[in-house]
Design a protein around this ligand. Structure first.
Ligand SMILES: [Zn+2]
Length: 645
């Protein structure tokens, strides 16, 4: 490392001051650089771009520290300070994006002046696009309207999430209606004075009930309650949100919101989204029919006259198909996944694959369960970054699994540092969680390996947003191979997990992938059309549109009277881009086809993948990086073949 890693505070008391100082000093550097650009820009256009990029890097340092510690620090005071820092960074970023004088600095640069520096030219094009998309070149009244719209969109987005989160519904059932539920679940759900058990729509309650409760009425009632969360409150919020996004997109020159959103993604145009959805839906047609056939066959043993399986019975019967056909005992599977061995195994496996070494270092962390490692290349032994693993749940900590940036890497400026934040059990792990760990580690590797370029704008996972999941989805593949798992998944007495058990786990997991793909395309179609429909003279009713799209794409029928879209949270963050997860998966499957499935540790493909996909970060268009790695443009065929398998 040409630069030292960030030194975190050595004592708990030092944290509040450290967060304040880090945020204030980085913010001062950022605003100083931008002020210089406005008042006295360098004569050399590349120097102008560099100054802007460094300002963005320093502002990014504030946002990163804010976002990370606002989500993981054990002290509420520190979390609040961090949240404030993140919000301040976001406010400053918005102010810059609407600063006309700044925009003029970049508008004045001649393209020819940066023509012999391809990355500077790429950056200039991106900076101009950012400004154009922000509406900075509009008149003042329009800019004011844009600011007002953006602010209202943020409010609506937050309100939508809040309503869904707070709208916990319940059903009450007699204890004997809960036959089939696991013992620990029943123990946690005693009957009240009236002799009834309350089941809420929260995941730990409702997911197992839909999967295991023998009583069909219970499964139906909890499914309806679950799908009705947010209804009818969120309909008006969504209506306003979609209309405002449309107004914003058309104001800055796009046909509609999906076109605005897609312009900076791999997919490029709005209309390409429904084309992609239809292509996946067609590829999934036969696999879906195959899955539904197996499902209906099992269903008819209980309901001989049934012609379809209702949505509220899907999870229960899919689970029965899996259990009866593949015979995977998840209790037995767990005994092979001891957390400590899994964590070390993950490091060993990825180290071997990508030529890396992880050396655990004794440095200050924010919680005693967090471990830190210096990453280096095994050939040169040269340190290339630092990672932190914060993998267990605790109060006040982020509830999901994600990779957070601590520092973005730029050669000679600062070394990349990333943090995995997950919530795994401390003892034995579910295999699902092992897969999640590999997935998130894929993001972390991307962050560290792509942290050695010249530009902050292209550092780490700064690739198109519909590609960003591909490296992580691809790394999941290693968590499904016996050769890999057997290196660390051993029972208490040291027996490696049997290969036939891994095969059965994989087959069981594969069951339902046709149904799953079609369900995902139903969601993707809602996410697209709810936004695209705003361009129509008469905007269709959301419920009617949802029912129409469900009938067209989904494998399972609409449950009359329900309004599932009202709690479809991804309409907030993903907006019209819910297709992105499937898009990334198509590319992940295609990239994995370059590896030899019978020799997943072969380093040839892994090295090429590291150097051509991960290391470049955002310096090239993802489609070009993938073509460079595969030796051909990416294709749909590997995914379609996997789906049909
Ligand atoms: Zn991910």
């Amino acid at each position: 490392m040409t630069t030292e890693p960030l030194a975190l505070p050595t004592s708990p008391d030092a944290w509040p001051a450290w967060i304040r100082d880090r945020a204030a000093s980085e913010l001062a550097l950022a605003t100083g650089l931008v002020e210089g650009l406005r008042t006295d820009p360098p004569a050399d256009p590349v120097a102008v771009l560099r100054q802007w990029d460094r300002a963005g890097g320093h502002l990014g340092n504030v946002a990163a520290v804010g976002s990370l510690f606002g989500n993981v620090h054990p002290s509420e005071e520190v979390r609040e300070l961090a949240d404030n820092a993140e919000q301040e960074a976001s406010r400053v970023g918005t102010r810059w994006s609407l600063d006309r004088e700044l925009y003029d600095v970049f508008a004045a640069i001649e393209d020819s002046a940066v023509a012999d520096d391809p990355l500077a030219a790429r950056l200039l094009a991106k900076v101009r696009a950012d400004f154009r998309r922000s509406g900075v070149d509009k008149d003042e009244a329009t800019r004011d309207r844009i600011s007002a719209i953006r602010e209202r969109i943020t409010e609506l987005d937050q309100e939508f999430s809040r309503v869904i989160r707070d709208d916990v519904r319940t059903i009450q059932v007699a204890p004997d209606q809960l036959d089939g539920m696991p013992a620990d679940w029943l123990e946690a759900h005693p009957a009240d004075e009236e002799g009834l058990v309350t089941v809420t729509t929260d995941y730990p309650d409702s997911v197992p009930v839909r999967m295991f409760a023998h009583d069909q009425d219970v499964r139906r009632d909890i499914t309806i309650a679950f799908q009705e969360r947010g209804w009818p409150t969120t309909e008006a919020l969504l209506d306003e949100l979609f209309s405002l996004r449309h107004e914003l997109a058309t104001t800055v020159g796009y046909a509609d919101w999906p076109s605005y959103d897609a312009d900076v993604k791999m997919i490029r145009t709005g209309p390409a989204i429904p084309e992609f959805i239809d292509k996946i839906a067609a590829a999934a047609e036969e696999p879906m029919q195959r899955d539904l056939g197996q499902l209906l066959e099992r269903y008819r043993r209980d309901f001989p006259d049934a012609t379809v399986v209702p949505g509220y019975d899907y999870n229960y019967y899919a689970e029965l198909v899996r259990a009866e056909k593949y015979d995977v005992d998840s209790q037995r599977v767990r005994t092979y996944f001891d957390f400590g061995k899994v964590r070390q195994g993950l490091l060993d496996v990825t180290g071997r694959l990508f030529g890396l070494r992880y050396e655990q270092v004794d440095v200050p962390v924010w919680h005693e369960e967090v471990t830190a490692y210096d990453v280096s290349t095994s050939t040169a032994g040269e340190p290339i970054g630092r990672i932190y693993l914060d993998l267990h749940p605790r109060d006040g900590k982020y509830k999901h699994a994600a990779q957070f940036t601590l520092v973005d890497g730029v050669e000679g400026e600062q070394a990349p540092e990333g943090v995995l934040v997950c919530n795994f059990a401390r003892g034995l792990m579910e295999h699902d969680h092992v897969v999640t760990l590999f997935h998130e580690f894929g993001h972390l590797l991307h962050h560290v390996l792509a942290g050695h370029g010249d530009w902050f704008r292209f550092a780490g996972v700064a690739t198109e947003w519909d590609f960003v999941e591909a490296p992580s989805q691809m790394l999941e593949e290693w968590a499904w191979h016996a050769d890999v798992l057997q290196t660390f998944a051993t029972s208490a007495d040291g027996e490696p997990i049997p290969a036939d058990l891994v095969t059965a786990m994989r087959d069981a997991d594969d069951y339902g992938k046709g149904i799953f793909a079609r369900t995902q395309m139903f969601y993707a179609a809602m996410s697209y059309w709810f936004h695209a429909d705003r361009a129509r003279a008469e905007v269709p009713d959301l419920t009617a549109r949802m029912v129409e799209l469900q009938e067209k794409y989904a494998a399972l029928p609409y449950l009359p009277g329900t309004h599932m879209f009202a709690s479809f949270g991804h309409l907030g963050g993903y907006s019209s881009g819910y297709y992105t997860y499937m898009w990334s998966l198509v590319i992940a499957k295609d990239m994995f086809s370059a590896f030899d499935e019978t020799d997943v540790f072969a380093t040839g493909a892994a090295t090429r993948y590291r150097d051509r996909i991960l290391v470049p970060g955002g310096t090239g268009d993802a489609a070009d990086l993938v073509a460079d790695f595969l030796g051909r443009p990416f294709s749909f065929d590997t995914y379609a073949a996997w789906l049909a398998r």
